[in-house]
Ligand binder design. Sequence first.
Ligand code: COA
Length: 379
Amino acid sequence: MSPYAHVVGWGRYVPERVLSNEELAHLVDTSDEWIRARTGIGERRIAGEEESTATMAIRAARQALEMAGVRPAQLDMVIVATITPDYLFPATACAVQDALGARHAGAFDLSAGCSGFVYGLGIGANLIAAGACRNVLVIGSETLSRVMDWSDRSTCVLFGDGAGAVLLQASDVPGGVLSVVLGADGSGGDLLWQPAGGSRHPASHYTVAERMHCLRMKGREVYRFAVQQIPQATREVLERAGIDIRDVALFVPHQANQRIIEAAARTLGVSPDRFYCNLERYGNTSAASIPIALVEALEAGRIQRDDVIVCVGFGAGLTWGAAAIRWSAPLPVAPLSRWASLVYRLRYWQAGARSAGRRLSRWIGARFNGRKSGENGRN
Ligand code: COA
């Protein structure tokens, strides 16, 4: 058994379409100055018509696999953290598993709001530590634009779409995910939620008319919760890992609001420069925000080998989570050769063909069996 869970691959995807604050000001009564001053957000990405939580997750996941040189068939588990799954069921993770051709992997979605990715890291690392899995793909992917109330200025300016992924791999070498803290307070469930669409309020004319399928938030309460919870979870996770806060090279917080991040940095007595921020370009992408920020920080050279980093999130639930990671993957990453890239393309094509083949054989089986049982019925 190899108890340590190392991050060996990573990827991110954001849609092409940029929605600026200025454009939003044509939709609702707001302004670029207000949004920037209160949140730090300048623009966000919006998924195209053909895109969804699954398609973005697949793109991020492929990058993570290819970087690590791991074949999809080597995956043991696919976890998709999301509050905007393609469907309530089946899980978006199953669509990802199918598209990748991860034929030996289990797959499930994880709903823990904007803390979802950190929850996924915790579960993935523990599956590895328990010896149940060797390769676990942890993805955060969101299409929040599809659950926005575009007439509500207090929420629609905040959120955006995108996906990020990491591949956790078992190793005997100490390092990787050092400690994880996960928490919840369900009494704050109605501070950030999507009231309809589940079993409590299934879709009806009423729920649609009342926009109950859209995200609703009590911003000030969430703000207060976040400012208190980030420092608390950060301290706790560092204590569990036995790491001094001064030894943390970079904090990768959930990207919800620049003021929240700055307030948390002040409380922790850490310079805000040590908190990675990309809110200005993407807004809040919920479960995708930490992995997107993490991958960008790596690309920008903000993380070096052997650095300790802390990912810390908070969100709907209410939930919170923090993970301390000693970065062990070699950096910078060598680009994939054309040949290796072609082999992966072929694998994905094969996965698509296999999936289509299974659907076809099910269809034929159903028709054949249907005819037979019909014949039996006549006899
Ligand atoms: N443009 C212009 N004015 C806006 C606005 C917008 N987009 N959104 C709200 N306002 C107005 C309000 O209507 C209010 O006007 P009023 O005083 O006339 O009633 C005023 O701005 C102040 O509203 P308030 O809600 O007190 O602003 P705030 O400083 O708390 O900022 C948030 C609002 C949402 C930016 C802030 O509360 C926040 O970031 N909360 C946390 C949200 C979050 O992170 N959610 C995700 C968690 S995962």
